[in-house]
Ligand binder design. Structure first.
Ligand SMILES: O=C(O)CCC(=O)C(=O)O
Length: 252
């Protein structure tokens, strides 16, 4: 896709998929590091106060001794701020060149979230707009969702509503076993408009922080890992103090 089209598609739909951002060799290296994180073999090397990566467990299997560790993990947070390998990834030109295309020349970095969606046990992520979770800032952040595996309907790919990024819609807290309790109010969701973002491993889907999305459980035997890096324009307005422990560093 030409550069102009990339930005046009992002502005029109609120998301755009860029195939083959990672070649086979870099994907292999990235997966090897991720596997070590999931198996508990890699430890933070950047933040001396953290001895473990922040991990959210799959509620249904977290205490089940018969399920391997890597298949019990739902989300891992802040790897880029706590490990040098992942910090280099967030700063890599491979990603930043595309981020600049979409957000402009001056970029800040927020953080990462790796949605692991393990085989069989991977739970759903309910409908939401990311900015509903980030009320302290103007709703114009952008996630780079890196497909570590082929992401398909079968293994629970992310599904978007194209064009839903133009306004932040009302959300509410729903009590459930799902760790993501904040979700878009039902009357604002038209599921007939959703598009499954199927993509091959090594692709990156960039989504606007108001683009409505969700994902279904992974009931297949295949992994569906998405490593998400979150960026913002350097001049993004903050509405209230947002005391994120690692700050919002200028990165470009
Ligand atoms: O990977 C998923 O299933 C959900 C991703 C998501 O909610 C996000 O990137 O904000």
């Amino acid at each position: 896709m030409g550069r102009t089209n990339l930005r046009q598609e992002y502005e029109k739909n609120g998301f755009v998929i860029v195939p083959k951002v990672f070649d086979e060799a870099s994907l292999r290296e990235l997966r090897a590091m991720v596997d070590k994180v999931l198996d508990g073999q890699l430890k933070p090397d950047l933040d001396s106060e953290k001895s473990e990566f922040q991990t959210q467990w799959e509620p249904a299997v977290k205490d089940n001794p018969d399920v391997p560790r890597r298949e019990k993990i739902r989300v891992v947070f802040h790897m880029t701020h706590t490990h040098s390998f992942f910090w280099s990834l967030a700063k890599s030109e491979r990603i930043l060149a595309l981020v600049r295309e979409l957000l402009g020349p001056d970029i800040r970095y927020y953080t990462d979230q790796m949605f692991v969606k393990p085989p069989i046990h991977g739970s759903a992520v309910p409908w939401h707009q990311d900015s509903a979770y980030w009320p302290g800032a103007e709703p114009n952040l952008m996630s780079a969702w890196i497909a570590l595996d082929d992401s398909t309907v079968e293994n629970g790919c992310v599904r978007y509503i194209p064009g839903s990024h133009r306004e932040l819609l009302p959300h509410h807290v729903v009590e459930s076993d799902n760790p993501n309790k904040l979700t878009t109010r039902q009357e604002f969701i038209d599921e007939t408009l959703e598009v499954p973002a199927e993509m091959s491993a090594g692709s990156v889907c960039f989504h606007h922080s108001c683009c409505m999305h969700h994902s279904l459980p992974n009931q297949s035997g295949k992994p569906r890992r998405g490593l998400v890096l979150i960026y913002l324009p350097a001049d993004l307005e903050f509405y209230e103090p947002w005391n994120f422990e690692y700050g919002f560093k200028l990165i470009s």
